[in-house]
Design a protein around this ligand. Structure first.
Ligand SMILES: NC(=O)c1ccc[n+]([C@@H]2O[C@H](COP(=O)([O-])OP(=O)(O)OC[C@H]3O[C@@H](n4cnc5c(N)ncnc54)[C@H](OP(=O)(O)O)[C@@H]3O)[C@@H](O)[C@H]2O)c1
Length: 250
């Protein structure tokens, strides 16, 4: 594991109660960051907090629905900063696959509210804080669907494409403060994400990226020199039998 950083700094990870966000939190704790971890339910957050604290990180957790402006504002107000904010991992997300002719209004609204509005609310609340210290980094966990939409992914793909556009705006609006912005577009990851199969759990997607794979990339982004910006990363497992990133054929 990476040696602790000399000067401590804080990263907010949304959707940190399990899956990619939970593992990214551990990877960042191992790299020496303090953490603010949000998700709607506290149980998983407590587990992530406990494991991250073993690396010596100061870890605050809070039950925050990122799609709710009042909860985002209250969550921000409740933070007791131990070190300056240096990063945001916009990871909280949800999605259920439905053909356009079958899209349920509530599913559409919730997908857009979590994946797009939620990211906007977090950016709106935290960008002033993030721009106080040079070297800030925003990592948006998008999806291959942001660029290569599939049938049945109307709400999800639209929300992730919208988030890609929002991140570009954030890049331009924070350029003077030296904030870097990375759009991360993983193909399928082995998590309990509800998108493909409601009953899916970790281990149900053989050949996919693991949460450790994605967390490693997120951790690496935070360890790059402050003058280096990786704008977009398309991420796929060589063994994945799913996804739009074409394998090289011999
Ligand atoms: N798994 C894949 O194949 C894959 C591929 C590409 C991209 N992604 C993206 O990766 C991100 C993480 O997904 P995952 O695979 O790790 O799924 P996951 O295991 O279902 O984790 C989703 C996380 O987001 C949180 N969350 C959901 N809605 C929220 C809300 N309104 N407010 C706050 N937190 C919320 C969940 O916690 P609570 O339920 O407690 O709120 C959970 O911590 C998502 O943005 C997803 O689109 C996933």
């Amino acid at each position: 594991m990476t040696a602790p950083r000399a000067r401590r700094a804080t990263v907010l990870v949304t959707g940190a109660s399990r899956g990619i966000g939970g593992q990214a939190a551990l990877r960042l704790a191992a790299a020496g960051f303090d953490l603010v971890l949000w998700a709607r339910t506290l149980e998983g957050l407590r587990q992530t907090q406990q494991r991250a604290a073993e690396f010596g990180a100061e870890v605050s957790i809070d039950a925050v629905d990122v799609s709710d402006a009042a909860q985002v504002a209250a969550g921000y107000a409740a933070i007791r900063w131990r070190s300056p904010l240096t990063g945001l991992v916009l990871n909280a997300g949800s999605g259920i696959w439905q053909q356009i002719t079958e899209i349920d209004d509530a599913v559409w609204d919730q997908t857009l509210a979590t994946n797009l509005r939620g990211a906007m609310l977090v950016l709106r609340q935290f960008l002033p804080e993030l721009q106080r210290v040079p070297g800030g980094l925003i990592v948006g966990v998008l999806s291959d669907s942001a660029k290569y939409p599939f049938a049945g992914r109307g709400a999800y793909a639209a929300s992730k494409a919208g988030l890609a556009a929002l991140l570009e705006v954030a890049r331009r609006e924070t350029r003077e403060a030296g904030v870097r912005v990375t759009a991360l577009l993983p193909s399928r990851v082995d998590t309990s994400f509800q998108g493909s199969l409601e009953s899916a759990g970790a281990g149900c997607r053989p050949g996919s990226l693991s949460v450790e794979d994605v967390a490693e990339v997120i951790g690496w982004l935070f360890e790059l020199p402050a003058g280096v910006e990786v704008r977009e990363l398309q991420l796929s497992a060589l063994t994945s039998s799913f996804g739009p990133y074409q394998e090289v054929s011999s």
